[in-house]
Design a binder for this molecule. Structure first.
Ligand code: HEC
Length: 108
């Protein structure tokens, strides 16, 4: 199943206003191929569970783009749109309290 995350919606929520790209990114595929071996959605594995990650999208983005300790950097492997989509994907798995968009139509 292919989920489409509208970068525009993420940009509206998180203030990533510089890019207004309507990218059609298959986040489930990226997750299964590149992240799943180290991250689960709701349990700690090699890295933290997506649901327990930092609430700040800038921190998530920096970790994905530039890596951190065991976390490999993805800025050469994923496009800017794909990295933004993965940030939105991580945030969509976080509890409502940590996600300012959870009860907001812009989260979809
Ligand atoms: C080789 C294992 C590995 C892979 C593959 C991997 N990660 Fe990580 N990731 C880690 C580890 C370990 C950490 C914790 C780093 C630390 O100690 O701060 C981490 C941290 C992160 C963080 C920061 C969390 C926070 O709370 O600050 C994000 C976001 C993240 N990973 C997303 C991803 C995404 C998205 C992918 C797939 C594109 C991915 N990771 C692939 C191991 C991995």
């Amino acid at each position: 199943m292919k989920k489409t995350y509208l970068i525009l919606a993420a940009a509206a929520c998180f203030g990533l206003t510089s890019q207004v790209a309507m990218a059609d990114v298959d986040v489930d595929k990226i997750y299964s191929k590149k992240c799943k071996m180290c991250h689960k959605i709701d349990k700690k594995k090699v890295g933290p569970a997506f649901k327990d990650m930092n609430a700040d999208p800038a921190v998530l983005k920096a970790a994905i783009a530039d890596g951190r300790k065991m976390m490999p950097k993805f800025k050469k492997k994923l496009s800017a749109e794909e990295i933004d989509a993965m940030v939105a994907f991580v945030q969509s798995k976080q509890p409502a309290a940590a996600n300012p968009c959870a009860n907001n139509p812009c989260a979809k």
